[in-house]
Design a protein around this ligand. Structure first.
Ligand SMILES: [Fe+2]
Length: 168
């Protein structure tokens, strides 16, 4: 697909995000299963449901642009999720693994925050306020999910991962 206009670029971003969000819905259940902290599992479960809603918003955005939803493999998300998957395969202490899962999940959130921010800016420049507003709802959810993960990490999970560690 040629990128000859900002409209082309917005569509490209939407296809990438569509792929990214769909990959995430495949990966989150495994991460949730691996959590020791019930609070962390709950936060990721809430975000899985949000992610399904985000996929629907992207489909609506395609509709507003008179396009059929199509994805284009997001290799960035694929790489982030591969790293997350290899963490789950480590022989890890459960508390340490919880801290690691948060780190992996926050990388994903930051990646998505960047992608939505970019797509929203394109939509605004194009005067597509309805598309921008739709994507901004998802951006708010990503920011809130990231914030929640920071609260969990700094509110106890990182400290639990550190308990019993030799101090010398
Ligand atoms: Fe998302």
């Amino acid at each position: 697909v040629a990128l000859n206009s900002l409209s082309d670029l917005l569509l490209h971003e939407l296809k990438d995000l569509y792929s990214a969000e769909r990959q995430l819905t495949q990966a989150l259940p495994k991460m949730i299963k691996a959590c020791k902290s019930a609070e962390l599992a709950e936060a990721l479960t809430v975000h899985l449901a949000e992610t399904e809603g985000q996929i629907q918003r992207i489909e609506r955005a395609f509709g507003l642009l008179d396009h059929t939803p199509r994805s284009q493999k997001c290799k960035g998300m694929e790489g982030l999720l591969e790293e997350g998957k290899s963490l789950l395969e480590e022989d890890a202490d459960p508390d340490v693994l919880d801290a690691a899962i948060i780190g992996a999940a926050q990388r994903v959130e930051h990646y998505e925050i960047a992608a939505y921010g970019t797509a929203i800016a394109y939509a605004r420049t194009l005067g597509l306020d309805d598309v921008a507003a739709l994507l901004a709802e998802s951006l708010d959810e990503e920011r809130a999910a990231d914030e929640k993960l920071s609260v969990l990490a700094e509110g106890g999970i990182n400290a639990l991962a550190h308990v019993g560690e030799a101090q010398d």
